[in-house]
Design a binder for this molecule. Structure first.
Ligand code: GLN
Length: 268
């Protein structure tokens, strides 16, 4: 199948479901993948188009995505990196007061897109990514390998305070924890709900649980002069700021490109 035939097939099958514009943009994304990957058989291409019809996100279909300055492998055990998380990385790099040689901890690292993007820009820094999910850590390790970056990874549930003794102190503690309230489910896209990992999105019971734990953890594990940076739910910035303030941190809230409260920085 040549490029024109593949494109035609994409438009034919996907336009009725998603509209011309979206079908075209899916094809463009797919075409980038065709350029960098192996030659696919017609059967494989048809299989991918069917997956797209079933609303599998294109990033999972091609198994990779772009984030900040690099390509990252993704699969359904990790969240597909969002543009607002790229903003988190940019904000840390632009506003951080710490040295090049700092140590970084990424809590709930997933694909490790945050940690590895930071390490790419801060070559003298050391990084550790932790996650409760072993399968997410597999992808994180592959991404580190692919980007030729050395980072450590550890399976650890940050909610388990007894495990904190396995961790050191860090100059930068960063996290994009699960922060969607179950009540917000209806504003989420269908394909996100169907295919992205629930544990990376929803904080069941208490939407601020991870921030409470990170504030308590930071109390003991943030180095002198260090900074905590978290992505957060745009509707909970007041509560989240209060959590860090109560734990004796000074806080600053940053807005994303859509002028929504998205990132919090906590310092002592
Ligand atoms: N920003 C993501 C979304 O709204 C959620 C990420 C998260 O829960 N950490 O889909």
């Amino acid at each position: 199948m040549d490029r024109m035939e593949i494109k035609q097939l994409f438009i034919e099958r996907l336009s009725p479901l998603f509209g011309d514009q979206e079908a075209e943009s899916m094809y463009k994304h797919y075409a980038i993948y065709l350029q960098s990957g192996k030659v696919l058989t017609a059967q494989e291409i048809l299989h991918d188009i069917q997956a797209l019809c079933d609303q599998v996100p294109i990033q999972y279909v091609v198994g990779k995505t772009f984030f900040y300055a690099n390509e990252f492998l993704v699969n359904p055990s990790v969240l597909i990196p969002r543009p607002e998380t790229e903003e988190l990385v940019r904000m840390i790099l632009e506003n951080r007061a710490t040295e090049q040689s700092s140590s970084i901890l990424d809590i709930g690292t997933g694909s490790a897109c945050i940690l590895l993007s930071l390490l790419c820009e801060l070559p003298a820094a050391r990084g550790l990514g932790i996650d409760i999910s072993e399968s997410a850590l597999e992808i994180a390790k592959q991404n580190a390998q692919q980007l030729k970056l050395s980072a450590a990874f550890m399976a650890l549930d940050i909610l388990e305070e007894l495990l904190w003794s396995q961790l050191n102190t860090y100059d930068i503690i960063v996290s994009n924890p699960p922060y969607i309230d179950v009540l917000e489910e209806d504003r989420m896209g269908e394909s996100t709900l169907k295919y992205e990992p629930e544990i990376a999105l929803f904080s069941k019971g208490d939407p601020d649980l991870f921030y409470k734990k990170i504030a308590a953890f930071g109390h003991k594990h943030l180095a002198e002069g260090g900074e905590i940076w978290c992505e957060m739910n745009e509707f909970r910035s007041v509560e989240i700021q209060r959590i860090f303030n109560k734990a004796n941190f000074k806080t600053e809230v940053y807005q994303d490109m859509q002028s929504k409260d998205r990132v919090i920085k906590a310092t002592r």
